[in-house]
Design a protein around this ligand. Structure first.
Ligand SMILES: [Zn+2]
Length: 644
């Protein structure tokens, strides 16, 4: 393993340097919190919290702005059964009239420990067989105190036979990671900031696998599932995930954790999650999504994305996205770095480690680029504004989302950082790349424990200039802050490819649509032809603003009943689009909108169109260099045959 040998003076380099290590605790008495997960099958967590107090009024608070969620998702509305006691007496409490996350209690003379009982109703990331314990769901701690300065000692009780995966360090010598029936697993004292960042994944069908054991610090994947066979990952998948650890090690050349745990649940009930932490990540997928390579493709970058966040997002964090408590609003202006660069690196690392092939990487990049290029909302809204407004864009309704724009800072960021990577390669004759920037920007200080070091836009520009001198401030401002009616396709073209439209979907698109989670998938995607995305039943998710279907006055949320006089099917609609080529008759649809039925005639005659990348002959193929492994692979190579 290569290490960063540069020496640093932190005070001279960082405008703000924040320790968050679990070891560096103050002399304060820790809060004790014990969470009982025995009622997971009934969707309830129970918590007992002992807080050190002194006589007089105290204000306790639960988290509001959860790091990584980019919006105020604290579960105060799900907290129930709150009872405060001291010396055997129940104490009255009152919620704050303005900040509903605060509880006011008056502590009687002589009392030094306040006991709180609370329950949390948990309806997401939970099933009959497994749950993520995100500690923010049950935390209670003093308000108006930096969370990194509040020590806390956590414990957990799980149902008999359930395994535990977590980056927390167990104490007390109990069996771990599968504790004895009814026993309590206690963990070392940490602080409220770190505990929030250290979830537990617990489940009945549990497997922990060590990854790339030659690399230090140590890496594990902890897998739980609803069905017993799914958590025992197949060797090919484990080899690819181990490659991911090796590739990240070779790319970043530094680590900012004492050990790292990929937490993975495979469940159709609880799946659908990706949340980063410094020393672990929560990854939720459908129960068959690691069962074979085809099922794997739709979310092949998930583990790589969340792992990358340990460096980009957790260790290095935009100054506006770090607050010393979970009560103050986080500011998202630099999310195109926090998320956008992670989107880029996650996809690159997934390709380098074999979680997807180079051809699949290009197909999926083509889809992302085309989606952004055909997003009319970019005519009024900058990418930066999608980041600033992140907290009101998450969980958006798909209706007219292309006109509103969505959380575009992810994929726009991917294109911007690809543009920067290929530009550096072009300017330096492929001797330098964005990999060199990552080693500077994400590796400052070499190896550290869990730590948060904030940055500003100016530091990004300085570090890019250290790799290759250029007017990077203008480069970034032009692409991110300005209104750009077209997507940034320069990176793809500098990478030796161009975005074109074929009359058939790419091989990867066909695999994803055949194998993706049925809840998530678009059944019929005719976005680049008539401008519609539909479910396989004909329910219209979105209509492309000013596209052919929009001109026929079709509305998102409506349902297509019939196509050219026959009952709707996806194949029939695609056939109709193909048949209309070169003819003058419109494609005639019968559409139900609310309780009304009408006819819509779509005047479109240019056949089907699906995005793919096409090689530009004779130009340097930097895109292929970018996705090549940095270390020799042990996994079976995937087919790399081009598919168009
Ligand atoms: Zn992310």
């Amino acid at each position: 393993m290569q290490r960063n040998l540069r020496t640093f003076c932190y005070a001279a380099i960082f405008s703000l340097f924040l320790t968050a290590t679990a070891g560096a605790q103050s002399q304060k008495t820790p809060i004790q919190i014990t969470v009982d997960l025995s009622d997971v099958p009934r969707k309830l967590f129970h918590a007992e919290v002992d807080l050190p107090v002194t006589a007089g009024p105290v204000t306790l608070i639960t988290p509001k702005w959860i790091p990584g969620d980019h919006r105020p998702t604290g579960p105060v509305d799900s907290i129930t059964g709150v009872v405060f006691t001291a010396n055997g007496q129940t104490l009255p409490w009152r919620r704050d009239d303005v900040d509903l996350y605060e509880f006011h209690v008056t502590i009687p003379p002589g009392v030094t420990t306040l006991h709180a009982h609370l329950d949390c109703i948990v309806l997401t990331n939970i099933s009959q067989k497994l749950a993520y314990l995100e500690w923010d769901k049950v935390m209670l701690y003093p308000a108006n105190t930096p969370v990194r300065d509040t020590p806390i000692q956590p414990s957990v009780i799980v149902p008999a036979g359930w395994g535990i995966g977590t980056a927390l360090s167990p104490i007390g010598g109990g069996a771990y990671p599968v504790p004895a029936a009814g026993s309590t697993t206690r963990f070392a004292v940490t602080n409220v900031e770190q505990l929030e960042d250290s979830p537990i994944l617990a489940g009945q069908y549990f497997h922990e696998f060590p990854l790339a054991p030659e690399i230090s610090p140590k890496h594990f994947i902890d897998v739980v599932s609803d069905a017993p066979e799914d958590s025992n990952l197949r060797p090919e998948a484990l080899a690819e995930i181990a490659n991911l650890v090796r590739e990240a090690d070779a790319l970043y050349r530094s680590h900012h954790y004492n050990q790292y745990h990929f937490l993975l649940d495979l469940s159709d009930t609880a799946g659908g999650l990706g949340l980063e932490h410094g020393q672990s990540s929560e990854n939720g997928l459908g129960e068959k999504e690691f069962s074979d390579e085809d099922h794997q493709l739709a979310n092949a970058d998930l583990l790589a994305h969340e792992f990358t966040h340990s460096w980009n997002g957790k260790y290095r964090r935009p100054v506006g996205l770090y607050q010393t408590d979970f009560a103050t609003a986080q500011q998202g202006a630099l999310l195109w770095v926090y998320e956008g660069m992670t989107q880029y690196l996650g996809n690159v690392l997934a390709a380098r480690s074999g979680l997807k092939s180079q051809a699949q990487y290009r197909d999926i990049l083509a889809s992302a680029a085309a989606n952004l290029d055909y997003k009319p909302g970019r005519e009024w809204r900058s990418t930066e504004d999608t980041a600033v407004a992140a907290s009101i864009l998450r969980d958006g309704n798909p209706a007219w989302a292309n006109w509103k724009r969505e959380q575009d800072y992810y994929d726009e960021g991917e294109l911007v950082w690809l543009d920067a990577d290929t530009l550096i390669r072009k300017m330096t004759g492929n001797k330098k790349s964005l990999d060199d920037f990552q080693r500077i920007f994400l590796g400052k200080g070499g190896n550290t424990g869990p730590l948060i070091v904030t940055y500003t836009f100016d530091e990004l520009v300085r570090d890019l200039n250290e790799v290759a001198p250029y007017d990077w401030a203008t480069f970034l401002h032009d692409r991110v802050d300005k209104i750009n009616p077209r997507a940034d396709l320069a990176g793809i073209e500098q990478g030796g490819y161009k975005l074109v439209y074929a009359d058939k979907p790419s091989a990867s698109e066909l695999i994803v649509s055949a194998n993706a989670d049925p809840n998530a998938k678009i059944g019929v995607d005719v976005w680049y032809s008539i401008g519609l995305r539909l479910s396989s039943d004909g329910d219209i998710k979105d209509v492309r603003w000013k596209g052919p279907a929009d001109k026929a006055r079709i509305v998102p949320g409506a349902k297509i009943i019939a196509v050219n006089g026959q009952m709707f099917s996806g194949d029939l609609l695609r056939d109709a689009i193909r048949d209309a080529k070169g003819k003058s008759e419109p494609i005639s649809l019968i559409v139900q909108t609310d309780n009304f039925v009408s006819t819509a005639n779509i005047d479109y005659h240019d056949s089907e169109r699906y995005p793919v990348l096409e090689r530009i002959d004779g130009s340097p193929a930097y895109l292929d260099d970018i996705t090549k492994p940095l270390v020799p692979q042990t996994a079976q190579p995937k087919p790399t045959a081009d598919n168009h």
